[in-house]
Design a protein around this ligand. Structure first.
Ligand SMILES: Nc1ncnc2c1ncn2[C@@H]1O[C@H](COP(=O)(O)OP(=O)(O)OP(=O)(O)O)[C@@H](O)[C@H]1O
Ligand SMILES: [Mg+2]
Length: 314
């Protein structure tokens, strides 16, 4: 059993208040591209919605993480690195000897294939857990790492979004299911789909905290206000303990000025919530899923698995 004090989350010192975040926001600002010399001194706001992104959910720094814990990796924006974060954070924690369960809550099943599981060979999946009350134990798969386990998803899950609508306690299906096994895993990581539908609500309702990956690209923060509002709503109605644990910047391309600008803006808005560690864009990290392997197995020398630095044993 791991004591609460064994794990801590590294957070940055809060950044100085920036009054400019209260100013009006230029949502257009569209012609900033990497290497655009004319834009050098232009002031550009990359956060549509600006100050509205702050508030109680966004800026509270949480204390040390208590284990076991369930973390939802969520952002309704597609392709921002949710699955890559889930799979590789899970693998990195498993390497550190934590028992880790990845729950694939996305009908695309990317975490499932990314961990080398073929959906066609499965008897049960997370769909059965949510829609047919199948015990989670019955669908847990082992992976190439000893301490890393998976609740897989298949394409069936795409029907669940609609099938759940008339279901009783439809938002709490996953939470109820995970309550049965939570104590067996130090970390349960839920890979949410790119939507704010009932599957994501199930993920948020089941989680202790949320981790939000943000891709270092223009429009990276579009819709983030909506996600944070949903976190507040779920906290208010379904899961009083829910909070945003951290924001992780992903696919950071240090050669572009845009990446640095996005980082600056995100840190200005969410200072202490943003992990110091930034995930670089690396070819090997993009290739690893097609081999069904986390990066630490596929290429242990890659700079990809840096998020381990944010959860460390003392
Ligand atoms: N740091 C990185 N460097 C290079 N490629 C990356 C990196 N992170 C993610 N990718 C690639 O970017 C794509 C999107 O990443 P990923 O699938 O993790 O995003 P996602 O948010 O889970 O997407 P979706 O919303 O569709 O579920 C994938 O092809 C992935 O391999
Ligand atoms: Mg994904």
């Amino acid at each position: 059993m791991i004591e609460q004090s064994d794990v801590e989350v590294e957070v940055e010192e809060p950044e100085p208040e920036d009054d400019s975040s209260d100013d009006g926001v230029d949502v257009t600002g569209g012609d900033v591209t990497a290497g655009d010399e004319d834009a050098e001194d232009e002031e550009v706001t990359l956060i549509p919605g600006g100050a509205a992104l702050g508030g109680p959910v966004a800026d509270t720094v949480l204390g040390p993480m208590e284990l076991p814990t369930i973390l939802a990796i969520a952002n309704q924006k597609g392709g921002v690195g949710k699955t890559t974060t889930t799979v590789n954070l899970g693998a990195a924690l498993a390497e550190l000897d934590y028992r880790v369960l990845v729950v694939d809550l996305d009908p695309q099943g990317n975490a499932t294939t990314g961990l080398g599981i073929n959906a066609r060979d499965l008897e049960h999946s997370v769909y059965d857990v949510i829609m047919a009350d199948t015990p989670v134990e019955d669908c847990i798969e082992s992976t190439s790492l000893k301490n890393l386990f998976l609740v897989p998803a298949t394409i069936d899950l795409s029907g669940a979004e609609i099938e759940l609508v008339p279901a009783f306690s439809r938002e709490l299906k996953l939470r109820r299911a995970l309550e049965q096994i939570k104590d067996e895993y130090d970390f349960t990581l839920i890979d949410c789909p790119p939507s704010l539908g009932l599957l994501t609500i199930n993920g948020l309702a089941a989680a202790d905290d949320v981790i939000v990956p943000i891709q270092c690209e223009y429009y990276a923060l579009e819709g983030l206000g909506q996600l944070l509002r949903n976190v507040s709503l779920v906290r208010g109605s379904l899961n009083p303990a829910l909070d945003v644990r951290g924001i992780v910047l992903t696919m950071y391309d240090g050669r572009t000025r845009l990446a640095a600008q996005v980082e600056d803006e995100v840190r200005t808005h969410f200072g202490p919530k943003v992990y110091k560690t930034v995930i670089p864009r690396t070819v090997r990290l993009g290739e690893a899923p097609s081999f069904g392997q986390p990066i630490i197995v596929f290429d242990p020398t890659s700079r990809g698995p840096q998020p381990t630095g944010t959860w460390r044993r003392k």
